[in-house]
Design a protein around this ligand. Structure first.
Ligand SMILES: [Mn+2]
Length: 361
């Protein structure tokens, strides 16, 4: 097991800006199944970079579906995206190798999190100047230049720092995109890494034109009808351990396909499970052909990130994931639930739970 310096900052904003300004062509990358923090970060920094006269390309393994339509600038990013699924229509290493000298990786804790994009382009990436802009506690400082701040609640705030360093005042749509990412990543200001600085950063984005109420209204976590039916089917097999403090379920990608769904339709399900009364940790095991993907969610202050890290993954304190190859489900599940049980036994009342408890008294 790797010993990482879990949670240290390495901040090279001026160096990152120099590298961006000196680039000939920049490729933007983010973690697989990019979320709002990832997409907003890529969109805003990409638009700023393009103004410098640099061509921008976004490589991703996931379609940026309709559910992201409300993110300001998303169409701009879609227009510059090469979306490749699994093995089909894959971007060849040459494409990246031949065109981009700087790879700007946003919101990824390590290169494996880029998913298949990394597997295909590993050698090309090795010869590019990789700029790593991220806020995950489990970041491995994989960049030539690292702007890694685990104390910051979203990558969007780091993009705001880069813009400031570049002397670029954010347009209202940029501010709104970044605030959207910030709010999404903090589950609406409710994760343990929300600080007074987070709120000041949010306030600054509002001063630049972001409309908080509009964002919150659009982010009412819409679950589509088919998604709700899928969840209903899966939740029928929800299992518990540790006095119902741990909730988990498993599903194969074949089964998802039978149900007319994909892994993307699971987005939000682990959060829902975590929200169940008494549940402190929720886990979803997705059995893929090549391994098992585990999504972990903890109630505020419950450190599931350390569990994911032990199994080669990463993420945040309360939201993390890993992919494990070569272990049968039964064995893997046993090992992970044991780790989770240890986290729970170590956790004194989590900070937020304490605060809520005090507020009730
Ligand atoms: Mn993020």
């Amino acid at each position: 097991m790797q010993e990482l310096q879990y949670g240290n900052s390495q901040v090279s904003v001026p160096e990152a800006v120099v590298a961006i300004r000196g680039a000939h062509r920049i490729v933007l990358l983010s973690h697989e199944m990019p979320d709002l923090d990832a997409l907003a970060s890529c969109t805003v920094i990409g638009a700023i970079i393009e103004e410098l006269g640099l061509p921008v390309l976004f490589l991703t393994d996931s379609p940026m579906g309709e559910k992201f339509d409300y993110l300001p600038g998303i169409q701009w990013l879609r227009d510059r995206a090469i979306v490749s699924y699994k093995d089909a229509d894959w971007v060849s290493a040459d494409r990246l190798h031949g065109t981009a000298d700087v790879a700007l990786v946003l919101d990824a804790a390590n290169l494996n999190q880029l998913g298949a994009v990394y597997k295909v382009n590993a050698s090309a990436l090795a010869s590019a100047t990789v700029i790593n802009v991220d806020h995950h506690r489990t970041n491995t400082y994989f960049g030539v230049i690292n702007v890694v701040r685990p104390d910051v609640s979203s990558t969007c705030e780091l993009v705001a720092d880069l813009a400031r360093e570049m002397g670029r005042t954010l347009d209202p749509w940029m501010a709104e995109a970044l605030l959207t990412g910030l709010i999404a990543d903090t589950s609406r200001f409710s994760t343990a890494n929300v600080s007074s600085t987070t709120l000041r950063n949010a306030a600054e984005l509002m001063d630049r034109g972001a409309n908080l109420i509009r964002i919150l209204g659009r982010m009412s976590e819409p679950v589509s009808g088919p998604q709700a039916r899928l969840w209903q089917t899966l939740l029928a097999r929800l299992a518990y351990r540790q006095d119902r403090q741990i909730a988990f379920l498993d599903v194969t990608t074949d089964r998802l396909q039978q149900l007319g769904a994909t892994e993307n339709d699971l987005t939000g399900l682990a959060n829902y499970m975590r929200g169940l009364q008494g549940v402190m940790v929720a886990l979803i095991f997705v059995l893929r052909p090549g391994g098992i993907k585990i999504s972990l969610r903890g109630k505020p202050g419950i450190d599931v990130g350390s569990v994911a890290l032990k199994f080669g993954g990463g993420g945040h304190l309360e939201a993390a994931g890993c992919v494990v190859e070569g272990k049968p489900l039964e064995q893997l599940r046993g090992e992970i639930l044991e780790e989770v049980a240890q986290v729970l036994s170590r956790a004194t009342a989590p900070p937020c739970a304490q605060i809520l408890e005090q507020a009730r008294q």
